[in-house]
Write a protein that binds this ligand. Sequence first.
Ligand SMILES: [Zn+2]
Length: 97
Amino acid sequence: MTQCLNPGCLKPNPPEIKFCQSCGEKLVLAERYRPLKIIGQGGFGITFEAVDEYKPSKPFCVIKQFFPQAQGTQTLSKAAELFAQEAERLDRLGIHP
Ligand SMILES: [Zn+2]
C-alpha cells in the first residue's frame, strides 16, 4: 500500500503507483521515500511509516509531516523551531550504533 501524503486526502493507494488515485498528488517524497501507512498523529502533524526506495535494501524509515494544529504566528514559529530540533535529534539518532 502507498499512503497519500496530502493532508486533505490521506487515501490509501496500491503499491508501486506514482500518483494518488484520489487527488492526483505525487506519492513518493523526493523521488525516494514511499509512505506506507500512518503510524501517528499529533499536534505537530502526521507520522508515516515509509520505505526508502533509493537504497538497494529498501529500509523502512519515517516521514514526519509538519502540519501544526496551533494558531497564531508566534505559536507556529515556535512549533516550527521545535519540529526542526526534533528532526535534527532523530537524524543524529539514526547514525548511532
Ligand atoms: Zn491523495
